[in-house]
Design a protein around this ligand. Sequence first.
Ligand code: ATP
Ligand code: MG
Length: 479
Amino acid sequence: MTLDIKVVAYFALYNNKKAGVNNLFDQVKSLIKRVFAKEHSPSEFPRIISRDHHSISRAHISENALKVLYRLNSSGYEAYLVGGGVRDLLLGREPKDFDVATNASPEEVRKVFRNCRLIGRRFRLAHVYFGREIIEVATFRGDSEAGGERRSKDGLLVRDNVYGSLEEDAWRRDFTINSLYYSVKDFSVVDHVGAMADIKAGRLRIIGDAVERYREDPVRMLRAVRFSSKLGFVISKETSKPIFECAPLMESVSSARLFDETCKLFLHGYALNTYEQLRHYGLFQYLFPSVEKSLEEQDHEYPKVFISRGLENTDRRVAEGKPVIAAFLMAVLLWESVRSLVAQKCEQGMRPMQAYQEAADEVISQQVKYIAMPRRVSLQVKEIWIMQAKLGMRRGKKVFELLENQRFRAAFDFLQLRHQSGEEVSELYEWWASFQDCDLENQEHMLSELRKRESREGPRRRRGPHRRRRRPKNESTGE
Ligand code: ATP
Ligand code: MG
């Protein structure tokens, strides 16, 4: 830049001989402007940001990721830390995982690391194992032109994956902020797409034409929502606007992939905000159609309040470092569908336990068409719901069996959520809250009191899930 300014000044003075002294200042100004604009135009990329101009320190990078980078370098390959790892480090956050990009082919990577497995059929990736940590190593991907573009029957773009250069790899990534490359050779960061400016501005911007990129892979719309919630970034207009029209493309995404994505969307501490954005962009209906339908149809607030509280609860647990399970989340999101089905079945005279069993099976079998919950998860979801019926029964020995059940905590938390959201289960909730804290003597006393009350009032005829109270209870004020 200093040299450029000298050259600019020289030409300005040279021209000035002809143009006159008055023009000197304007000419220098306009030439500096031109040089400066060139420096910031896309053709000036890549920008190499040297160690003293960024905040990434090796101390914050996993030792195993560093080992992979150094070993690839010393074996003669280019290797960079890339994606969320670089992005999160620049933002002062702890990365979830570390991904590496290299010019070594997957087979070459495997030769360098013994603890390595190749995965993926269409595009092979190398996983390097260090105990429980996996470092994912991807070969630079080439651009679509070279690989050829195909369209599937429903018009979706399908790109055959080919290997390419770092620059091509940078352009095929989803968002600019995910396309920064950190080198351990000189600790610089390489930016091909204007990512640094977006990181500084807190802006999420898709690389390339948004409609085309969403047609290639509709999951990028979910990722846009996820990153903007997680990072608190504003989605740029050219990235957000096309989501409304492209949302139906979600129908083409496999249900297995949507299970993984849904977990990422809702289990990382930003579930409530993510849910609100998904509904705003019309994406939620492609994940949970029955829930969207009941949210639109219900004239009362209960389902909305219940979901919001459930998601807030999940976010709070993540913030406190407590475990969160996919099953609880699914049970929360789908509860309204189960609840209304149980109510219908009970109205028709079915016994509550059977109504719960049937409703749970129906709701789950509909939902797995969209999000393929593994069987292990759907069984847990069902158990949480069925236990709502069991918690309502409170019969002798069964009460103690319930307390011992490994799903009791989740089922009780679920009951608490129903109570806090305004469902009429306060007596039941409070009974269980004190029962689990009593000693055996007091527990026996509570049970005999309950029996006495029932024989006085006659056995309560259960009619499935309780009707809502008029207004949800405000947790903080207790009003
Ligand atoms: P995090 O791991 O924090 O969820 P991430 O950005 O690392 O975020 P990953 O799913 O681990 O996300 O993907 C790693 C990188 O691979 C991304 O940063 C992005 O550069 C690229 N990538 C992932 N999915 C896509 C996609 N659907 N289209 C284009 N690039 C993608
Ligand atoms: Mg990642």
